[in-house]
Design a protein around this ligand. Structure first.
Ligand code: SF4
Ligand code: SF4
Length: 168
């Protein structure tokens, strides 16, 4: 009986200790926590100006959920002279491993920092070419040491020159 009484007091002391501390919880969605600049969100940042249509990202994706369609810009199929007709990513099947980002030799594809893209219809989880073209250009620093080197925190938009390891 004495042991039970001591245990109850110890429990109350813990309760009292936490009663006067600020809460650990955050009232989402009114308040949001700061995310790491390396956060892998459920969107992607794509710079068409940097993209050659090489499809290295699509080949690197273990799930095969990146669809790229290109056509040669001129009748001579030389170099990187390709126009991109379709660039789609099915985020409904994506595991956000960032292997596609790692595989991109031209720093054209980056992870994004959004996390509020839930939808009711699976088809609507496919990020279309136009959505990628018009999306916010706030790349995350996952596999992008050049952005970490300049202290980029994923908060401002970067253009196609700033996002890559070299200017275009
Ligand atoms: S993050 Fe991973 S699963 Fe998602 S598209 Fe890229 S390679 Fe594929
Ligand atoms: S995003 Fe990168 S890897 Fe993918 S097609 Fe464009 S240049 Fe190639």
């Amino acid at each position: 009986m004495r042991i039970f009484g001591l245990g109850a007091i110890k429990g109350l002391v813990v309760t009292l200790k936490y009663l006067f501390r600020p809460p650990f919880t955050t009232q989402y969605p009114e308040n949001k926590l700061d995310i790491s600049p390396r956060f892998r969100g459920n969107n992607f940042v794509w710079y068409e100006e940097r993209c050659t249509g090489c499809s290295s990202c699509a080949k690197a994706c273990p799930l095969g959920i990146i669809r790229i369609v290109t056509h040669p810009e001129s009748h001579q199929q030389v170099g990187n002279d390709y126009k991109i007709d379709v660039f789609e990513i099915d985020t409904g099947r994506c595991m956000f491993c960032a292997l596609c980002v790692e595989a991109c030799p031209y720093d054209a594809l980056h992870m994004g920092g959004d996390f509020e893209k839930a939808d009711y219809v699976r088809e609507d989880l496919v990020i279309t070419t136009d959505q990628l073209r018009e999306g916010t250009k706030k790349p995350q620093t996952q596999f992008r040491p050049q952005l970490e080197d300049i202290g980029y925190q994923g908060e401002e938009e970067l253009d196609e020159h700033e996002a890559g390891r070299w200017s275009l």
